[in-house]
Structure formats: C-alpha cells, structure tokens
Design a protein around this ligand. Structure first.
Ligand code: MTE
Ligand code: QUE
Ligand code: MOS
Length: 797
C-alpha cells in the first residue's frame, strides 16, 4: 500500500515533495560532518569537568580540593562564588542551579568545576575532590511526593462538563492506575560545548543545543553581560530528542565561566555515564483514572489524574505536565472530563523535554482506558476505540478546542483492511489456543497530537536569505539540525520558491547573530515555523525581482514566473543566475529576513480554555507481538503504520522520522528501564544497564505509509509536523502485549501492565492473569479437577 501521491507536488517542477536525501547524509557516512567535538581546538584550549555531589539530599559541610589542585595540569577549580551574575539558570522558573555551594538536591548534582590542560586531567581531578555533607531525607518515591504535596509548581486542571456525575450516572464504572517509566535520550553525541573569547571580550560559544538563544541568554546572565556579548553557533547535533533543549546550557555556561576568568578557550564534554547521571530524562509518571461508560463502551465521563516526576526543579515541567493533560484524551471524545496534573518534586535530576513533551505520558491513559473497557465488556478493543473517536458533533476537547479535521476513522478503516486486522485477529486466537508457551497479540492504536507550542510566544521564527550575484543562495534560519532533516526541508522550500535546483541553496550553521530571539527547535514545529519564515524571506526577494523584471522589460508583473532555474516573462526568459547579476547591477537588494508567527492560536490558562493547537497530526499503527509466558520476553513480529504528514515535503525524511519515532516509542514502552538505587544514585548509566532498541528489535515486517491528505490549515505547503507524533504509535506494541497476555483469560481480563513492559513486568502480568483466569473462568477449565475443588477459586463462580 502506498497512499502518497508525490506527483501532485512534483508536477509543479519544484523541489518540495521530493525525497531529497538529508543535506548531511554523505558527509555523515564519510565521517566528514562536524559535531562540536570535531572542530579543531583553538590554541591553548583547556578542558573542564564538573565535581559531583555524593548524596541525593543534604547540605555541604566542607570541601577538600587539596589533592585535586596538586595534580599536574590542573589550572583552577571554580565554585558558585566565581559566578559574577546569576547562579540560577532555570529556563522558565528559577530552581536550576549551575553550581551548588550549600544545598544538595540530587545525587551527582554539580558542585564545582575543574579546569585543566587536558580532558583526562580535568576528569581525574574532579574525582579527587572530597565533598562532606550532612545528609537529609531524600524524597525518591512519587507516591511520597504526592502524599506530602511536594510540588515544583502548583497543580493545574482541565474540565468540561460535570465529570463526577457523568461517571456516577453511567451504566458501568471502571478505574485503574499506571506507572509510566521515564526515558534516557541516548543521543549518540553527548552534551558538549566549547567557548572562546573574541577580541572585544565577548564570548563565542559552540554548543550542541536545540536552543542556541537560551544558551546565549544564560551565558550572558551568569556573566552579568548583555545578550549581544554572547554569540552561539550550532551546525548540527548528533541527536537531541528534547534532551538538548535546556540540558545543553549548563555545560556551555560552565565553559563560558572559565573562559571569562581565564581568557582561554575551554571545552566541556560529558562522559556517557555522567551524561546519564547529570541530565534530565523523560518524566516518569504515576497516573490513575475513573471512567463511566455505557453498554457499547461509549465513554460518558472520565476523571484522569497525571502525576509527573519532575525531579528537583521546575525546568520545563509545567509545560510538560500541561501537554500530558492536553493529550489524556488522545483521539477520543470525553463528553465530560476532569483532568488533573500534579508536578511532583523528587530528589533526582530535573526531568525535561523528550519527544512528545509529556504528551505520551498522558496519552497512554486514553489507550489504557480503551483496553480496560474492552476487557470489561468482552468486546474487541478496536471496536471500542472506533466508537469513542472524535467525530462531527462529538468534537470538543477537555480544553474546549474544537476538533475540526476527522481523518482517523478513515485511516483506521484503511489500515484495518490493508493490514487485515480481523483475519489476523482470528488467526491469532486460533494460534493461542494451541500454542502452550508462545502467545501472540495484536493491537491497533491511533494518535492525535496537537501541533504548536502551548506557550504562545514560542510560536514564531525568523530566517535570513542572501541571493548572491551568481544566483547561488545562502539560507539561514532559527531552527537547529539534530538529524531530523530540518535544513533539508527548509532548503527545499526555498529552492521551490525561487524555482531553482535544490543544490543551489546552501544552509549554514544556526547562529544567534544571524537570526535573533529564536525559539527552541522543539514541539515538532521546526519546519512549520522556520520553513514559513524562510518562505516569507524568499517571497520578499522574489517580489523585488518581479517588480524589477516588470519595469526593466516593461512587462506585466503577473507574467513573471520562476521555474526550472529560469525567469520567464512576457517578452522572454533568462536564467536565475543571469537575473541575479542583472538585478545586482541595477542596485536591487538581494538579501532579506523573513518572519512567521503561527495564526489562530490562543489559550487562557486560568480558564483552561482556548485553541492551543494550530492543527493536529494523526497516525495509526497496528502491531503484532509474540510473548513467551515462561520468560516474559516479547518481540514485535510485524508493524503496519499509516501516518498523516499532510502534503509531504520530503517522503523519505518523513518515513525516516516515522520509523525512528515508532522504534523509539517501542523502546520506551518495552526495554528502556531507568533504575535508581535506594541512595538516589542512578544505577542504569550506560548501554550495559539500559537497553535501547537495536536493529534486531525492529519488527520483522515493518510497513510505513503516508496518508495523502493536505493540511486543512495554511501550514507551509500544507504539510504537517512529523517529529514527535509517530513516537506515540509505539502504544500499539504495549497494547498488543497486553492483548497477548489477555488471551490467558480468554480476553475477559486486561492485566495491569506498567511501562516499560520488560520481561519481568510481562511475567508478573502473566502470573496475575493466570490467577484471575483460575479464579473466574473455572467452568472453562472444568477438566482441571484441582482447580474445581479450590475453595478460593470456586467462591467466585
Ligand atoms: N529526529 C532525529 N533524527 N533526531 C532528533 O534528535 N528529535 C525529535 C524529532 N525527530 C529528533 C528527531 C524531537 S523531540 C523533535 S521536537 C523534532 O524532531 C524537532 O525537529 P522538527 O521540529 O524540525 O521536526
Ligand atoms: C511543547 C514543547 C515545548 C513547550 C510547549 C509545548 C518546549 C519548550 C517550551 C518552553 C516553555 C516556556 C519557555 C521556554 C520553553 O514549551 O519544547 O523557553 O519559557 O521548550 O507544548 O515542545
Ligand atoms: Mo522535542 S521533545 O519538542 O525537542
């Protein structure tokens, strides 16, 4: 199946809609693409490494740096007292401390910063510092934090209608709870920054950051300097996934602090285990719900509580828990809903943005509820899902935004047919009856993900385009490249606008002195925002060129066309490069900025009402799994995905994003398990103790198709954001595992299945499910005389 008709856009001869390969692909496979650590170190470059707290909570009583200082090559050890400006680098609210000199709030919190003439010396010296503390009681359990109302920010709630009475008056009530695991970003390139002084005493920063402007601001603030004192450059990251939105800043700030004092270039690069320990992860959540529904499984009211483990500080947690709340409906209409979100404060590293930005942790509740209702009614889960979808007349979200585009029912129907849901479901049932230890499961889950930053002012972007007099084009925009293909897509948009070859457009490193006041490249909005800003810049230059051609050749402006690297007008044509030269000779400006702000969005947080999202991206996945009920091991044998990217700007990149996001989502839900010791120290701190999906975990059969349907909103070329939404298609794997386990109870019981559904978790659920079957399905197991006479078992019959 192939739903994407590329010819629509290709017919127009442009670059948009074509599967251009990633702008850096060849350099990357040849090892020629530079990451921050690849740039030649400036002469005299020093290296810095943080000194880490030895407890999860307490107060520093004394520090002994003698041994570290005596190590040959150690230049200086910095503390909080050396920071001339602000020590608090909280991105939105205060709380994130660059270096602590008093209170310790998590295990491995940075206390000092050692600078030495080599990386190894700095690391060795950092370990030689002795920090003595008076320990206090750490809060390491989310239930304790909830109990004590330990929040980093006050709770917030959404409501529509009277959920409590809707639940009460419904025919059926059900409730459940779920522990949702966190996730380590595991970008291939770890956190790194290099800083140097420019001749006016300003600081030049190269930082592996999704948010160069924030790095600029924070470096300026800790040094008590104006923003124009600091320039940040970012050519590309070796992956970000949300882990370099705020988490890149401390290392750039520490390097800058040392550069400021020592007047030397300084580099900071975290070792992988420290990258695990010192940087925030996806928030683990504890969630619960109560739902009321009718005999067909149609929901009448829900009450959902989501509790994010934010770690020790607010960081971005307020917006992250908000996004969890905004997605607790996923694709389903709740006639009455109350959704409460708590921001729990625990003594761990401060948790942060990660693909989906809290959305996944909220959305999983909707899928939990669907499966629970299906089991309770003994119905097929897909039937329940389809019945509850948003549709005309049942289309208002708990935050009062009206859902206007209803494509999921059709997408589900297509995938249901193309991937043979019902036939395979019957085949699996038959297989499970006769297979004693291997059980199969099948589940189809939809995704509806809101596109826009829920923090309104972030929905803006800028770009800068120069057309040189030979017709070659220089493009710069405010977004950052982290592997997602943003630079490629924006270059395609600009090439398309000028009607020139994609190769004519060169994209350069993101820099705060080229495009100022940028937003983080996040919320999947990189192309929507920067692509539109670049298109606006291109159109400004095009308008000048059209006006010039019209007057120079005395033709109607309407007759001027840009196509096929040529300019065609009523009286003739010339190449784009000839026009550039001619325009230059006639003193026409060939450079422009461009700007874009997303229209239509507004949100009143006090009332919890508005339109936070410009539009929604959609997807559907059908996953088939096998579990071994003796070991709990599970594998995905087949996945079929149909995903909505509007008019695809680049089908190859979009399919790559969908495949990668699905696998990353699957890893989050099945194998990636963060473990903290009782002391609060992170125990899973590297690939040996933390299992991300490898190539062998890819579904044996993996079909990804694009749903060909233009964005009804006026996004750039009617495309849709793709970066995060397909991450949540991974729920189909989790739901399929639950489905496989349910077969042990004739699909009449859906066991609790906390995430990640590791072999241990699956095995526990298998045991619980078998026990439930023994207690409740005794008549079906009549041949087992032992069970028949079991008192406990028979008492339930
Ligand atoms: N794809 C790659 N290869 N590497 C990444 O780090 N980050 C994801 C997604 N896809 C990421 C990625 C996240 S969290 C986001 S928000 C988007 O890309 C950001 O880029 P975009 O807005 O340009 O899609
Ligand atoms: C989705 C996101 C982000 C978001 C809101 C979303 C995000 C992000 C911020 C944010 C909020 C306030 C700030 C700030 C950033 O909000 O990634 O600097 O002051 O960083 O709905 O992905
Ligand atoms: Mo993505 S979590 O918004 O960087």
């Amino acid at each position: 199946m192939r739903h994407f008709e590329m010819d629509k856009l290709q017919a127009r001869g442009g670059s948009v809609g074509q599967s251009k390969h990633h702008e850096s692909a060849i350099k990357q496979v040849c090892g020629k693409a530079n990451y921050v650590d690849d740039f030649a170190e400036p002469a005299g470059c020093l290296h810095g490494y943080p000194v880490l707290a030895p407890v999860a909570a307490g107060f520093i009583t004394s520090i002994d740096t003698k041994e570290a200082e005596s190590l040959k090559g150690v230049i200086r050890i910095f503390s909080a007292k050396d920071v001339p400006g602000k020590i608090d680098i909280g991105p939105v609210f205060p709380g994130d401390i660059l270096l602590t000199d008093h209170e310790i709030e998590y295990f491995h919190q940075p206390v000092l910063f050692v600078v030495a003439d080599s990386y190894d010396t700095a690391r060795t010296a950092a370990r030689l510092v002795k920090i003595n503390c008076e320990e206090t009681e750490a809060v390491l359990d989310i239930h304790e934090a909830i109990e004590k109302q330990h929040w980093v920010r006050p709770p917030h709630s959404l409501q529509r209608g009277d959920a409590a009475s809707a639940i009460k008056s419904a025919k059926h009530q059900i409730s459940g709870e779920l522990m949702v695991g966190g996730q380590e970003h595991f970008y291939l390139e770890g956190q790194v920054a290099m800083t140097q002084l420019n001749e006016d005493g300003g600081i030049f920063v190269q930082s592996s950051s999704q948010h160069p402007t924030e790095v600029q601001h924070l470096v300026a603030k800790i040094l008590k300097k104006p923003f124009n004192f600091v320039t940040v450059e970012m050519r590309r990251m070796g992956g970000g996934f949300g882990g370099k939105e705020t988490q890149a800043a401390p290392w750039a700030c520490l390097a800058a602090l040392a550069t400021y004092h020592l007047e030397s270039p300084v580099k900071v690069r975290l070792a992988r285990a420290d990258d695990f320990r010192l940087t925030g992860k996806r928030h683990p959540f504890y969630n619960n719900y109560t739902a009321g529904f009718d005999e067909n499984g149609l929901i009448e009211g829900v009450h959902i509580e989501v509790n994010g483990n934010c770690g020790y500080s607010p960081d971005l947690s307020d917006a992250i828990v908000d996004r969890a709340m905004f997605h607790a409906d996923n694709a389903y209409y709740y006639p009455a809903a109350k959704i409460v979100g708590n921001r729990c404060k625990l003594n761990t590293v401060s948790h942060t943005a990660f693909r989906g930005f809290g959305g996944p942790q909220g959305m999983i509740m909707a899928e939990l509820i669907m499966d629970d209702i299906a089991a309770k009614l003994g119905q097929d889960p897909l039937t329940i899902r389809k019945a509850n979808l948003y549709r005309p007349g049942r289309d208002v979200t708990p935050y009062h935004q009206k859902v206007e585009q209803h494509v999921l029912a059709g997408m589900i129907e297509t995938l249901e047919k193309d991937a043979q849901y019902w036939e395979r479901k019957e085949a699996i049932k038959a297989f499970n009856k006769t297979s004693p230890f291997v059980k199969k499961g099948l589940a189809m889950t939809p995704v509806k993900f809101g596109i826009s930053f829920t923090v309104q002012h972030l929905n803006q972007a800028g770009a800068l385009i120069h057309v040189y007099s030979d017709g070659s084009i220089h493009l710069n925009h405010g977004g950052t490249e982290m592997g997602q293909g943003l630079n490629t897509k924006v270059a395609q948009i600009v090439a398309h606008a000028f009607g020139v070859d994609f190769e004519t457009v060169g994209v350069t490193a993101t820099r705060t002195d080229k495009v100022p006041n940028t937003s983080p490249t996040a919320a999947s909005s990189g192309t929507d925002l920067n692509g539109m800003a670049a298109l606006n810049a291109a159109n400004t230059i095009k308008d000048r060129l059209i006006e010039f051609v019209a007057s120079h050749f005395s033709v109607e402006a309407e007759s001027v066309e840009f196509n096929d690297s040529k300019i065609i007008h009523a009286k003739g044509e010339m190449s784009f490069s000839e026009l550039a030269e001619l325009a230059y000779m006639n003193r026409i400006s060939l450079s422009s900025t461009g700007y874009y702000a997303t229209p239509k969005i507004h949100y009143d947080r006090a009332k919890a009402e508005g339109r936070p999202f410009f539009y929604f991206s959609h997807g559907v996945a059908l996953s088939e799994v096998e579990i071994d009920i003796l070991t709990g091991e599970n594998t995905v044998t087949r996945a079929d995905i149909l995903h909505d990217v509007g008019n695809s700007l680049n089908p190859a990149l979009d399919i790559g994003q969908i495949e990668g996001a699905f696998i990353q989502g699957m890893g989050w839900l099945t194998t990636e398990e963060l473990q903290w010791k009782d002391s609060g120290e992170l125990a899973s701190s590297g690939p040996a103790t933390y299992k991300i999906p490898a190539i062998g975990d890819t579904p044996t059969e993996f079909n990804v198709s694009l749903f060909d349907s233009a964005n009804p909103e006026t996004s750039v070329f009617r495309s849709k954001a793709v970066g995060e939404p397909p991450f949540m298609l991974g729920f189909s794997v989790w739901s399929a595992i639950r489905n496989a386990i349910s077969s042990l109870a004739d699909y009449k019981y859906a066991p609790d299945l906390n995430t990640p559904a590791t072999p241990e978790t699956v095995l526990n659920a298998v045991v619980v499910t078998k026990q439930w079957a023994a207690d409740n399905l005794v008549s079906d197991l009549g041949s087992n005389s032992e069970l028949d006479t079991n008192e406990e078992g028979s008492s339930h019959v």
